[in-house]
Design a protein around this ligand. Structure first.
Ligand code: AMP
Ligand code: MG
Length: 505
């Protein structure tokens, strides 16, 4: 570690922890207390001439951080990694993982540095700086993140949260003119990420597959004690109970992804949160025209992480987690039994979500077929996913004309719509306006489409952050139809389908 950092000159020296700033938060750092097998203590590497890119006052509130202070020069330095924060114990954690279906061996926080854990009114929250410099786990990387990908992660974290989807949060993004080499030369940025824990499936795989089974148990006990206490008292093996509980949360998360048309893009086991949170935003995408086989990651040439494969890939990843936990179980059957409920839970959770999108309170026989017929029609006619659901919500009261306009196969749509209306109106105590109101709070008006992010990024690269702020504001209220935001809810322009987002970030 010191070798790698020692070769770097001048401003690349780690930040001086002795001169640290008290920012008024209560730091506890439970992950740091796990011991040296789990991480390397180190400091962020400063970046020159930092500037603000975006901040989330809501996340400041979550942390109990003074909103006014978040606008200060000291905050800018602290969240760029240029100023040590009193009470933190910065570290990079070690994990391993399966990438694109293959065992990748040791990975780890190659550019994210965990500052520590803050006690908040809604429980402990870990704070990470992503893009804060080299770590022992940087491998061939430079420890940095570019402005474009940092803006995408910032906006999407806050957008997903506002949609009610479990996710890491983002407090802020800062930028620096420091050059970063990707396909071309770009500039550096740091995202301050927040989550109750950043522990991944890959952390378990790391200790399991390297034969460090005492550490594996320590990690599993840590996760059970702090996040899944009910597993301790569950009948049978507590680690099997943990696997089942993680599967349940993962099923709920992926069902929400599917229902909103979200493609994660890189569902490697090292990007899977043990808490069932959406983490590590890279080449993600919200669907424009509905294509179930859509692959958003330009580097995913095999289409492993296509939209319609996400539920099965999540199971594959849970299987990898189960395999990692085997040394803590009595036999393989315990792991298989713990994974079994996912197979029913996932489709049930998804049907529940789809029913809510359709304005249906409860799931009944025939609903799966009703949904399936619709999805096939939407796929055949490449119907815009977000606009369809929004228009359908409005159409509960009034006519279906604007929904029908989205389809080429009008008669097939009419046949489907008749069945949907009958099913809707057959609900006991059906109330059209109440149903419409619920659907308008289920089917968003604005999602972070690629081209919207792209426009904000291009402006930000020129030093203009107003479009980013406008988009952030809309994404924080995704169910509102605010004046002046019509363009954010419109069909994507032709050039949107040409945007290529790869793993390069
Ligand atoms: P990701 O695809 O972003 O989830 O990253 C996979 C692995 O590569 C993780 O261990 C990251 O920490 C590491 N990594 C990605 N980009 C960089 C970078 N620029 N510098 C160092 N490590 C990186
Ligand atoms: Mg990752």
């Amino acid at each position: 570690m010191s070798g790698a950092m020692g070769t770097m000159a001048g401003m690349n020296r780690p930040v001086d922890m002795a001169a640290s700033l008290d920012i008024g938060l209560a730091w506890h750092n439970r992950f740091a207390s796990l011991g040296e097998a789990f991480h390397t203590l180190l400091s962020p590497t400063p970046l020159p001439a930092p500037h603000w890119v975006g901040t989330s006052p809501a996340v400041a509130d979550l942390l109990g951080l003074d909103r006014a202070w978040l606008a200060s020069p000291a905050a800018l330095d602290a969240f760029t990694g240029n100023l040590a924060i009193a009470g933190t114990q910065p570290l990079a954690s070690v994990y391993s993982g399966h990438q694109f279906g293959h065992w990748a061996g040791q990975l780890g926080d190659g550019r994210a540095i965990l500052l520590g854990e803050v006690d908040t009114a809604s429980g402990p929250q870990e704070v990470q700086l992503k893009g804060a410099g080299l770590t022992p786990y940087s491998r061939m990387g430079d420890g940095r993140a570019v402005l474009r990908s940092s803006i995408r992660e910032f906006l999407c974290s806050e957008a997903m949260h506002a949609l009610g989807i479990p996710t890491s949060r983002a407090l802020c993004v800062t930028g620096s003119p420091a050059p970063v080499r990707r396909e071309e030369i770009e500039t550096a940025a740091v995202v301050t990420r927040v989550a109750p824990s950043f522990i991944r499936f890959g952390h378990f795989e790391h200790f399991s597959h390297s034969g460090q089974h005492a550490q594996l148990r320590t990690l599993a006990d840590f996760v059970i004690d702090h996040f899944y206490p009910a597993c301790r008292d569950a009948p049978g093996n507590p680690y099997a109970a943990l696997l089942e509980a993680v599967s349940a949360r993962t099923a709920e998360m992926v069902a929400q992804w599917q229902a909103v048309g979200f493609c994660h893009g890189v569902m490697n086991t090292d990007n899977m949160s043990i808490l069932g949170l959406t983490i590590d935003y890279g080449p993600f995408q919200f669907l424009d025209a509905f294509n179930p086989a859509h692959v958003c990651n330009h580097s995913d040439t095999g289409g492993r992480y296509a939209y319609n494969r996400q539920p099965n890939i999540a199971y594959w990843n849970l299987f990898a987690l189960g395999q990692a936990l085997l040394p803590l179980m009595d036999d393989q059957q315990q792991a298989l039994d713990a994974l079994e409920p996912y197979k029913a839970h996932m489709p049930a959770a998804l049907q529940r979500r789809m029913n809510a999108k359709l304005g249906l309170d409860r799931v009944e026989d025939g609903d799966a077929e009703l949904t399936e017929t619709l999805m096939k029609l939407m796929a055949a006619d490449a119907v815009d996913f977000t606009i369809f659901w929004r228009r359908l919500s409005h159409a509960v009261v009034g006519t279906l004309e604007s929904v029908r306009d989205l389809f080429l196969q009008r008669e097939a749509f009419d046949a489907w719509a008749t069945r949907w209306r009958e099913r809707l109106q057959a609900q006991p105590d059906f109330d059209a306006s109440a149903t419409q109101a619920r659907m308008l709070h289920t089917n968003p008006q604005v999602v972070l489409r690629n081209h919207l992010g792209e426009v904000a990024i291009q402006r930000a690269k020129q030093g203009d952050f107003s479009e980013l702020a406008r988009l952030q504001n809309a994404l924080e209220r995704p169910f509102e139809e605010a004046p002046g935001q019509e363009d954010l809810a419109a069909f994507p322009p032709d050039w949107a389908s040409g945007i290529e987002i790869s793993c390069s970030s």
